[in-house]
Design a protein around this ligand. Structure first.
Ligand SMILES: [Zn+2]
Length: 55
């Protein structure tokens, strides 16, 4: 069984639109339904205000 040892760990991703390196936490990620049973984790890039999909 997988356990979460530490919450709030920051992750980094590069915005594909403007190339900015973004640092985000779990609280910044919103889950958006994109299909019947498809969901995407997304954050908003503060530099260009575009939606960035998180893996
Ligand atoms: Zn951006």
């Amino acid at each position: 069984m997988v356990k979460v040892i530490r919450y709030g760990e920051k992750r980094r991703i590069t915005c594909e639109v403007c190339g900015a390196l973004l640092e985000f936490e779990k609280d910044d990620v919103k889950t958006v339904q994109t299909g019947m049973n498809e969901y995407e984790q997304q954050i908003e890039c503060p530099a260009c205000n575009e939606t960035v999909t998180v893996d």
